[in-house]
Design a binder for this molecule. Sequence first.
Ligand code: SAM
Ligand code: SF4
Length: 393
Amino acid sequence: MPALTDNNAPDPGFGLYFHWPFCRKKCPYCDFNSHVREAVDQRRWTMALLRELDWFAEQASRKRLTSIFFGGGTPSLMAPETVAALIEGARSRFTFADDIEITMEANPTSVEAASFAAYQRAGVTRLSLGVQSMRDEALKFLGREHSVREALQAIETARENFPNISFDLIYALPDQTVADWRRDLEQALSLAGDHLSLYQLTIEPNTGFAGAVRRGEFTMPAEENAEELFEVTQSICAAAGRPAYEISNHARSGYECRHNLTYWRYGEYIGVGPGAHGRLLCDGVRTAFQQKKRPESWLAAVEAADHGTEITEPLTHRLECAEEQLLMGLRLDEGVWFENFSAAIGAPMTDFLQRDRLDQLIQAGLMQMNEQRLRATDRGRLVLNSLLPEILV
Ligand SMILES: C[S@@+](CC[C@H](N)C(=O)[O-])C[C@H]1O[C@@H](n2cnc3c(N)ncnc32)[C@H](O)[C@@H]1O
Ligand code: SF4
């Protein structure tokens, strides 16, 4: 059990998320807010995204951005000029931290790799590549548009242009053995930069795969196989110097995705674009924003009224906020800092915890606590969703 050695509670940071909701093709496993459209008027979309950013800049009390994230959808379908205009737009409305992280999700096709250098010139500092698998059969199964060869070339191009690259892989595929995954992961680690996101395939409702499973076209690995794959993943990555800092995210120390850390540390962030989520302190109350999901509805709303917010919800119920913060923060290896918790919730964490039950979980080796923070152990993180209802009052 690692010792809980602490410095000070980290500043959660202040992030800006842009959602680009378009893809070339819908992948059968994906339930992200992504849509296939024949033509996209990028100038019009740039204007609308900047207009909504303006609206949020008015609401936000923090003015110094620590990260920007272009997610999707497929943001690497954005023209470099679009990306440059959005980064410049953010720069004119906020101050940038000296070491601001600007990440872009990119699909590793050759067409997109051709724009990587231009994205770097536009100000992107970090690329997150959707490699998904090191095997062509698996890429085919996942309905991807790229081959392993193309992905390897895209990784090479990404490395030439960015100091900081990450890539995503999906595992626990039907029939995937531990030996298969071990081989893929070791190859991935030899190619990966300092950061990797490794997700177990999940069958989301209303996706192509949900229908395929219903029709019996394939079966998902049994739970115990998936758990074994998860454990192998943790140990291989830790041995390769990229331990998990979050359930699905692995990095060398100092290379964690700062933007996602802001979410998990319960910081403030703006979400611009269709379906984007945001969390901002408005008159001292943490407020959740959710933008209209359908691209056309969002665009029409922004053009008519400067923003496409569908839901604004002041999070006044402290127990709900406490639960949300613990659910996010306990995903992290570092856990939740008491200082950050009380700053966000306005009351100490101990007010929300069932001390007896927590002590039992600590005894059982599932949680740890010291004067500064509460964390789930590796075993505890595996069963996080069932732990939380037990410890909350
Ligand atoms: C916003 S998505 C996709 C970004 C980009 N468009 C792409 O496809 O590479 C981020 C990541 O979530 C993961 N993902 C999406 N749906 C998933 C699912 N059903 N099961 C597991 N991982 C999934 C994929 O690894 C994907 O790269
Ligand atoms: S996985 Fe990526 S490329 Fe595929 S539909 Fe989803 S967002 Fe688009």
